[in-house]
Design a protein around this ligand. Structure first.
Ligand code: PLP
Length: 389
């Protein structure tokens, strides 16, 4: 089965697997046990990974806090600023209606806890208008949180532009970069982005490891307090023994991403051209969700009139894995809040597929793909009502 659901998770790069396996074998020491060689070896690997991860976004190694993934990083970024917000009477938070649940969830908890959380809409093109953020900013705004790229549509948000606009404002700027870390390199290097959430499993790394990068952490520029309590690991901000092998593998994946980002993006863009071609010649009248000039090259979110998207996923699954949206909302199901926020009609929400691929995704049998999609199109039946005489 060809995986066209890479936004959910990417396959493990063999070079990353090598690093992972090496560390699972010999480097089993605890990186905090620096009194002997086992611990020192593990510590060395964790510190190398810290440099590699920091380098992706032009941060300092001391800015990196290793976590279990972007969900935890988002919780630490937003929950970790709350104490400062309370003390300094900054209880307003700005975000967008299209954020991932791991941002909306902790923010909704803060909302119930005396914080005023404002969700900004996006345009029909899936993009936030940076000027709208500026219009809603207040003196008591604690943090602005905007994702780097949307997981359902692939639409890049104007985070570098926002970082520029927010530079002389007295609030923090957090970017959930789960989908853009290691892919959209330039945007995330802007020094005005204070906090960046990253994860390994979207860049050919393993699941279960990620980072929160807090610029100027060592100089206390970002006043975070821990959300978990325990030992002093990760500067006391993320207690618990670091998973050395996962962290080393994340570091390797990050280093490869920096080296290969341009080449990967170019290969992915070729695949998209082909998919766009196929869909536009199919007669299925596809409508792309998101302004293609801002969509990442490995994603295409498409609404096909009268398509039963769940049926399409089921019919396609023997050869092609696709999804109707975000994997992580499947348990909670319901229509996509992202497409809703873009103003799509309810009927469109059930007729939408997300295709996402990666650098080495082979081309599927396009004719088969199109004819299978056609099978899942259920044209409305015109019922003729005859009146009795
Ligand atoms: N944020 C976004 C935009 C995502 O797409 C994801 C994962 O799909 C996450 C956060 C959560 O990342 P993780 O699986 O590392 O917790």
């Amino acid at each position: 089965t060809i995986n066209l659901d890479c936004n959910a998770s990417t396959p493990l790069d063999p070079r990353v697997r090598e690093t992972l396996l090496q560390h699972l074998g010999a480097a089993f020491g605890n990186p905090s046990s620096v009194g002997h060689s086992y611990g020192m070896r593990a510590r060395h690997s964790v510190e190398l990974a810290r440099e590699q991860v920091a380098h992706v976004v032009a941060a300092e190694p001391t800015d990196v806090i290793f976590t279990s993934g972007a969900t935890e990083s988002n919780n630490l970024a937003l929950g970790g600023l709350a104490e400062f917000g309370r003390q300094s009477n900054k209880r307003h938070i700005l975000t967008t209606a299209i954020e991932h649940k791991s941002v909306l969830g902790p923010l909704s908890a803060l909302h119930g806890d005396d914080f005023d959380v404002e969700l900004l809409p996006v345009g029909p093109n899936g993009r936030l208008d940076p000027q709208m953020v500026m219009r809603h900013l207040r003196d008591e705004t604690l943090v602005v949180s905007v994702m780097g790229a949307n997981n359902e549509t692939g639409v890049r948000q104007p985070v570098a532009e926002l970082a520029e606009l927010l530079a002389d404002r007295d609030c923090f700027f957090h970017v959930d970069a789960a989908q853009s870390f290691g892919k959209d390199l330039e945007a995330l290097r802007h020094p005005g982005i204070d906090l960046i959430s990253a994860t390994a499993h979207k860049i050919y790394g393993p699941q279960g490891v990620g980072a929160l990068i807090a610029r100027g952490l060592a100089d206390k520029r970002v006043p975070l307090t821990p959300v978990l309590h325990g030992g002093g690991q990760e500067g006391g901000l993320r207690p618990g023994t670091q998973p050395t092998a996962l962290i080393a593998a994340f570091g390797k994946a990050a280093a490869l991403a920096v080296e290969e980002a341009d080449a990967r993006n170019a290969v992915c863009a070729q695949f998209r051209l082909r998919l766009l071609d196929v869909l536009s010649l199919s007669g299925l009248r596809p409508r792309i969700n998101g302004d293609l000039r801002h969509v990442q090259p490995h994603v295409l979110n498409v609404t096909i009139p009268h398509l039963d998207a769940d049926l399409a996923v089921a019919l396609l699954t023997s050869q092609v894995a696709v999804s109707t949206g975000a994997a992580c909302t499947h348990n909670t199901s319901g229509p996509s809040h992202v497409l809703e926020a873009m103003g799509r009609a309810p009927a469109d929400l059930a007729s939408t597929l997300r295709f996402s691929w990666c650098r080495e995704t082979p081309e599927p049998n396009w004719d088969w793909l199109v004819s299978t999609l056609r099978e899942a199109v259920c044209e409305p039946v015109e019922v003729e009502v005859r009146r009795g005489r």
